[in-house]
Design a protein around this ligand. Structure first.
Ligand code: AMP
Ligand code: MG
Length: 491
């Protein structure tokens, strides 16, 4: 019986009714499984041999539900571009239940693009196939770069059209997350002044994600842990040039995973003010703003915890501010730690910050590719006349003066240069899903029914640190005519 393949548990469905709407996915006309993530399925205790095109199409479209599923759409609110919206919620997604993975952890299994719910507002509850492919590629890429992210288990083409500016083929993504609890989930209850539910949510979150925290001050510890994990996450994004693009509080997961890959992109040429999202005209979510914005989001999270921190509001505020004040240092530390490693510095010296900043300044003024420039540093160690820098830098004397300082600093490591360069290559990727490559993969899949380009790109990004001579084209920044300057949410 295919309905017995998945042994789902349903801890979220045990919470009070106000947390969700009980609802099944709306069946689709002609589902076709176009991608199944075998290695992730093994981690989740799903035997990939049991999944074939026929049953996979039925399951991952939501046309057939596992018997153990108690499907629901989660309620949440959120600040979108700084404005509060009291009711968002899963308007085009359904949580089927949770799987216990091989490592013992619990993971949500969610279908995204699965039809209307009470949270759909004016939306159709569906997703075009293009954004589904984008999310699959980018979330898997972050995972293989060692950055916490929701994962992608499957893509189904629905065989139905969705209507945006034009008619587009529809798709459904099976998203796997440590949980889908967001800052916006907490905001949902604070707005209603429903402190009882807020406490149930906080306790659920602690039990699910932060079991080890202090039993004496659970909510303060929860706040601190979330602050730490978000500082770590954003620092890691910055270290690979990732721009999320829509860091609304409903797109900030409490578990610390990257979530919602609407208009995100990896930066090619280094520009701290880079924005890809077509709707982000003011640059609120630009590359360099991401730390600041996360602190803003965390302050919204802290606000929701005030009623739980203390019955005395002034005391509660003080506790919250004490915690929030930790963020800048955590973030700076995490950022510096990643950047040091990218530079080949394993030890810590005061001068490191200047050396890193000067290098970034050169990348900016010379409009250099972020990913390639860092990767090529490991070659520069061996040969100071490295071709890449010689070719791309106009002000070569400035660069040479920087590179002397950098070499002197490297000598303080007391390590063989080959060892340093080996370590650097483990943190500076060769391959990222560059925007023009992602667009090409989507175009071929959506308009030509050709999934070869997508599969090839997936293969490349699953091993991002090993340079392969046959895959050079995936490591290069786009030529002028290839640049894709914008991304669209595509909702
Ligand atoms: P997002 O921009 O994907 O983070 O979504 C923001 C909000 O809009 C969430 O509540 C989504 O569920 C909802 N939403 C986005 N697209 C659709 C759609 N096509 N149909 C219904 N709701 C949607
Ligand atoms: Mg969202």
């Amino acid at each position: 019986m295919i309905e017995d393949f998945f042994n789902l548990t349903n801890s979220y469905a045990m919470l009070p009714d106000i947390f969700y709407q009980k609802i099944s996915p709306e069946p689709v006309k002609n589902p076709k499984l176009i991608k199944f993530n075998k290695s992730l399925s093994k981690e989740l205790n799903i035997d990939p041999k049991k999944i074939n095109e026929e049953n996979g199409s039925l399951f991952f479209s939501g046309n057939v539900l596992p018997k153990s599923s108690k499907p629901l759409a989660m309620a949440y609110a959120g600040h979108q571009f700084g404005n509060f919206v009291p009711q968002l919620g899963d308007g085009r997604a359904v949580l089927l239940g949770e799987l216990i993975a091989k490592n013992g952890d619990r993971y949500d299994v969610q279908l995204k693009g699965s039809g209307k719910t009470i949270f759909s507002r004016n939306g159709d509850g569906r997703s075009p196939l293009g954004p589904v492919i984008r999310e699959y590629l980018l979330s898997e890429s972050l995972h293989y770069l060692g950055i916490k992210s929701t994962r992608s288990l499957a893509i189904v083409a629905t065989g139905e059209d969705v209507f945006r500016e034009t008619k587009l083929p529809g798709g459904i993504l099976t998203r796997i997350a440590s949980s889908h609890v967001r800052i916006g989930t907490f905001e949902f209850f604070l707005f209603k002044n429903d402190i009882k539910s807020l406490k149930i949510l906080a306790d659920y979150t602690i039990k699910r994600h932060f079991r080890k925290i202090s039993k004496k001050t659970p909510y303060k510890s929860l706040l601190k842990e979330v602050i730490k994990s978000q500082a770590d996450l954003i620092a890691k994004w910055m270290s690979v040039g990732f721009i999320h693009g829509v860091m609304n509080t409903d797109n900030t997961a409490i578990c610390g995973e990257t979530i919602d890959f609407g208009p995100c992109a990896f930066m090619d040429y280094y520009n701290p003010r880079q924005v890809y999202s077509f709707i982000d005209e003011g640059g609120r979510y630009s590359y360099i703003n991401q730390g600041k914005i996360m602190l803003w989001n965390l302050s919204k999270f802290a606000e929701t915890l005030l009623p739980l921190l203390s019955s005395n509001l002034e005391e509660a505020k003080k506790e919250a501010i004490d915690c929030l004040e930790l963020f800048p240092n955590y973030f700076e530390e995490k950022w510096l730690s990643s950047m040091r490693k990218k530079m080949g510095f394993l030890k810590k010296f005061k001068e490191d910050v200047n050396i890193i900043s000067e290098f970034l300044e050169i990348l900016k003024s010379e409009k250099m590719d972020f990913t390639q420039s860092f990767r090529k540093l490991s070659e520069l160690i061996k040969n100071r006349e490295n071709k890449y820098f010689q070719k791309n830098i106009k002000n070569i004397s400035k660069f040479n003066s920087w590179s002397s300082k950098w070499s002197q600093r490297l000598s303080k490591e007391n390590l063989k240069l080959s060892e340093i360069s080996f370590q650097m290559n483990k943190i500076n990727p060769v391959y990222i899903p560059r925007n023009h490559l992602v667009e090409k993969a989507i175009e071929n899949a959506v308009f030509k029914n050709n999934f070869v380009v997508m599969n090839k790109l997936l293969e490349v990004i699953q091993d991002p640190f090993t340079e392969k001579s046959s895959m050079t084209k995936y490591s290069l920044s786009p030529k002028k005519k290839e640049i894709v300057p914008y991304t669209f949410c595509g909702t």
